[in-house]
Ligand binder design. Structure first.
Ligand SMILES: Nc1ncnc2c1ncn2[C@@H]1O[C@H](COP(=O)(O)OP(=O)(O)O)[C@@H](O)[C@H]1O
Ligand SMILES: [Mg+2]
Length: 211
């Protein structure tokens, strides 16, 4: 099972929305997808319980959302492991023991940022935690409405990062929470997955320490 984590210690950058959209896109390709909702706010879980489960049944998507707010992410993944092809973790907006557990478990990190400098600045503790580790990171600019990205790109560059996709502000995202299918035409999902990786899956990496 591959594990993808949507993570950023800042709230409101699009982790939950993009995790659900990516999960739907993969499930529509017949991959069995588990979304692990690691945020105590439980937005992804609530989406599933209120409208998502019915949407998945209607569309024939093999998609399940489960809440996992304890830090034992690896335990949760191994509990569900055999039944899914892909796990998508929706992380809480924090940098905690659970964040470290997610970094250990993930094969790929997707970090959504809004096109604003504070979202880039808030990445600094995470980049410190990731320094020297072979974890592939994909930065995506989310909720884009024509902002100038030159300064943002410069700041990302200074952190040793680059964006791989720009996702526009899109009414399909708020509508998703009201039960409307967002469809599966989301090219950024492929862009995030397709980039040459050249790094090691979580199962083969050295343990992550926080010191
Ligand atoms: N690309 C987008 N277009 C329109 N609205 C968006 C987009 N991405 C996120 N949103 C909205 O922004 C809000 C915060 O997104 P959310 O996914 O909950 O962020 P996070 O999980 O990082 O806190 C939600 O109301 C969501 O509907
Ligand atoms: Mg969220």
């Amino acid at each position: 099972m591959q594990t993808l984590a949507f993570i950023h210690q800042k709230g409101g950058t699009g982790k939950t929305s993009l995790a659900i959209v990516a999960a739907i896109t993969f499930a529509a390709q017949r991959k069995r997808v588990l979304v692990l909702d690691s945020d105590y706010q439980g937005t992804a879980t609530r989406w599933f319980e209120t409208v998502g489960e019915a949407m998945a049944a209607r569309e024939g998507w093999p998609l399940v959302v489960r809440s996992e707010v304890q830090s034992d992410i690896a335990g949760a993944l191994s509990r569900y492991g055999d039944r899914f092809d892909l796990a998508v973790i929706d992380a809480a907006p924090s940098l905690t023991e659970t964040t470290v557990a997610i970094l250990r478990a993930a094969d790929l990190l997707v970090i959504p940022i809004r096109p604003a400098l504070p979202d880039v600045w808030a990445l600094e503790p995470m980049t410190t935690l990731l320094a020297g580790r072979d974890i592939p990171v994909r930065i995506v600019i989310n909720h884009y409405r024509g902002e100038d990205l030159v300064v943002i790109d410069g700041e990302l560059d200074a952190l040793g990062m680059e964006r791989v996709a720009v996702i526009e502000a899109d009414t399909r995202i708020p509508a998703l929470f009201a039960g409307r299918s967002p469809g599966t035409d989301w090219p950024w999902v492929g862009a995030v997955m397709d980039r040459a990786v050249g790094s090691t899956p979580a199962s083969q990496r050295a343990p992550l320490t926080t010191t």
